[in-house]
Design a binder for this molecule. Structure first.
Ligand SMILES: *Cc1c(COP(=O)(O)O)cnc(C)c1O
Length: 382
């Protein structure tokens, strides 16, 4: 059979992935999500989702979603700029800006869309984006799409970042330079040294784009993130985040000044050329934001911190990696845990660097301490 123009063809590429232990397949659940799920007919404790506060299966949030559908219908029917901006979109953005202590906020259909829309709107070919080596795929793709010069510093290495910023400034005194990093790293669960990074970006006349995806709802007063925890919100130029993790829903945001927000409304292509998220989702997200900021939210964060300490005494976030190195070892560990009733994903290249395959345990306030203790002993026995 001729395969002109197809290269190896999809089968060949899939076979290569499989041979390298890198093939991924979709495995649907047979149940709704929650701390307990059913897959392949078996009940499992779910340590795989990013539902840190247990809100994804919360009946009141589901009710808010339904109320949103009743009030505003099913879809938005147009992009935000045409006629897709409905009352809850505005209300959500105002509530979020107030909660984040910024002049303005803009909501996107996902965190991924926020990153790939914002970075190219904020930086172009004369500018420089300086990324932490372990930045999320959406930030890397956004940076690539921007056409800006991309520089990368080793993970959380502020000495290298300082040198990089000096070099960039020496060569391009007038360029717009944006440092891009995350508050909680998604596959390691460690924090960025935010105070030092802010000092550096200020000293070198750069801006800071901080992705709080795994910190929103989890860290800081009222769950408003790492910058809020350190009292540094007003010094972060662009606070990005997602409603898909602790908020239990779906969507992304960027909180910033009014002028930057207005520029994004004009330039962020994933915002301009994409239909507005369903108004009912925005309505439910307002309810989620209120819940995150409430005393119930505080209780959930306290429970989450207690749960984290059962697994790892001083760990700063609900993401706990267990490193194995080889893909096969991580996959085997994941399979064995599943046989013992625990759903814990193996994470491999390209999500993490080669040779650092791992189990990624995601903790939630919805887990019982007993379940976490059982998981800890199961992992300890490997
Ligand atoms: C999950 C994630 C995103 C993407 O958010 P979605 O809402 O899931 O599209 C962006 N950045 C980081 C660091 C993430 O972990």
């Amino acid at each position: 059979m001729s395969s002109i123009g197809l290269g190896k063809g999809p089968q060949g590429e899939l076979a290569d992935l499989s041979a390298a232990g890198l093939l991924r397949t979709l495995k649907p659940l047979d149940s709704p999500t929650g701390p307990r799920v059913i897959r392949d007919g078996r009940e499992l404790w779910n340590f795989a989702s990013n539902d840190y506060l247990g809100l994804a299966s919360d009946p009141e949030l589901a009710e808010a979603f339904i109320e949103g559908v009743r009030k505003y219908g099913a879809g938005s029917a147009a992009s935000r700029l045409v006629c897709g901006t409905l009352p809850p979109h505005r209300l959500l953005e105002d509530a979020l800006a107030a909660a984040k202590g910024t002049e303005a906020a803009l909501v996107f259909s996902s965190g991924f869309a926020t990153a790939v829309g914002s970075l190219p709107a904020l930086a172009g070919k004369d500018d420089v984006l300086v990324l932490d080596k372990l930045c999320h795929a959406s930030l890397i793709d956004g940076a690539r799409l921007s056409g800006a010069t991309i520089r990368v510093f080793p993970h959380n290495d502020t000495a290298k970042l300082a040198r990089l910023l000096e070099t960039i400034r020496a060569k391009q005194p007038a360029a717009r330079v944006i440092v891009v990093t995350e508050s909680v790293f998604s596959m390691d669960g460690d924090l960025c040294p935010l105070a030092e990074i802010i000092e550096l970006k200020d000293r070198h006349g750069a801006l800071l784009f901080l992705d709080e995806a795994h910190a929103f709802g989890v860290l800081g007063p009222h769950g408003m993130g790492l910058a809020a925890q350190l009292g540094l919100q007003h010094r972060v130029d662009f606070q990005m985040g997602t409603f898909s993790k602790a908020a239990g829903l779906s969507g992304g945001y960027l909180a910033t000044s009014t002028a930057w927000r207005d520029l994004l409304v004009n330039r962020a292509r994933s915002f301009v050329y994409s239909t507005a998220p369903p108004p009912a989702l925005a309505h439910a997200t307002i309810a989620s934001l209120e819940r995150i900021r409430s005393t119930d939210g505080d209780h959930r964060r306290k429970q989450l911190r207690e749960n984290i300490s059962i697994l790892s005494a001083k760990h700063p976030s609900p993401i706990v990696p267990v490193l194995f190195g080889t893909n096969d070892a991580a996959l085997a560990a994941s399979t064995r845990l599943e046989e013992h009733g625990f759903l814990v994903p193996a994470i491999r290249y390209p999500t993490v660097p080669r040779g650092t395959a791992r189990l990624r345990i995601s903790l939630s306030a919805a887990h019982s301490p007993e379940t976490i203790a059982a998981l800890a002993s199961e992992i300890g026995h490997r």
